[in-house]
Design a protein around this ligand. Structure first.
Ligand SMILES: N[C@@H](CCC(=O)N[C@@H](CS)C(=O)NCC(=O)O)C(=O)O
Length: 205
């Protein structure tokens, strides 16, 4: 059984989507980050970085419990464990890993800053809004080019799509009109039509 420590955010939803798509049984443990529960000692023992998501696999390597934090690492772990949504062949595998890292190093941090400066900042900071807004729109452009003539980021649907989807789901928070990125829009609609994605997106709603 997988124990999922999460909250209803884009990073958390990557993992509930993956678990639903794999059909892997899991228990949800809410960590309310609006109440600073991520800093509790019990959770810090699972993720020393005090952020959701994290998992504990009761049947980890060697049949022993194993803990994983960082959503990209969790997706790779679950892909290897289940044999789903992460190719085994080297080139196809690294195609997926590259686009997963594009999400982890680019989309997540930059879109997160856009959300902060547009929705949470206590003061208007035009410099931050422009810097992160420009980079956010540039990243949408990269995704739009990648998805030209492709149904998914890399061949078949993969953990890369599951990582990117919950961030594109917040395009209204980023003040991005998907009509300007038609390949992203079509991909987004294709992803949302998947029942597993729909169930994963509803966890802790
Ligand atoms: N790189 C981390 C980022 C995790 C992250 O930023 N989680 C946010 C919620 S989406 C969080 O726990 N925030 C609480 C905090 O920063 O104190 C991952 O992908 O797992």
């Amino acid at each position: 059984m997988i124990e999922l420590y999460t909250w209803g955010t884009s990073n958390g939803r990557k993992i509930s989507i993956m678990l639903e798509e794999c059909g892997t049984p899991y228990n949800v443990h809410p960590i309310d980050i609006t109440k600073d529960e991520q800093f509790a000692a019990a959770f810090k023992a699972i993720n020393p970085n005090s952020k959701i998501p994290a998992i504990v696999d009761s049947q980890g390597p060697g049949g022993k419990p194993y803990t994983v934090f960082e959503s990209g690492a969790i997706l790779l772990y679950l892909g290897d464990k289940t044999g789903k949504f992460l190719p085994k062949e080297t080139a196809a595998r690294y195609d997926v890993i590259q686009w997963l890292m594009f999400q982890m190093g680019g989309v997540g941090p930059i879109f997160g800053q856009v959300h902060h400066f547009l929705r949470a900042a206590k003061e208007q900071v035009p410099y931050g809004i422009k810097r992160y807004g420009d980079e956010c729109r540039r990243l949408y452009g990269v995704m739009n080019e990648r998805l030209a003539g492709r149904d998914f980021f890399c061949g078949e649907v993969s953990v890369a799509d599951f990582a990117i989807l919950p961030w594109v789901f917040r395009h209204d928070w980023q003040q991005v009109d998907l009509a300007a990125y038609p390949n992203v829009k079509t991909w987004f609609e294709r992803m949302l039509a998947r029942p597993g994605v729909g169930r994963g997106m509803k966890v802790l709603l």
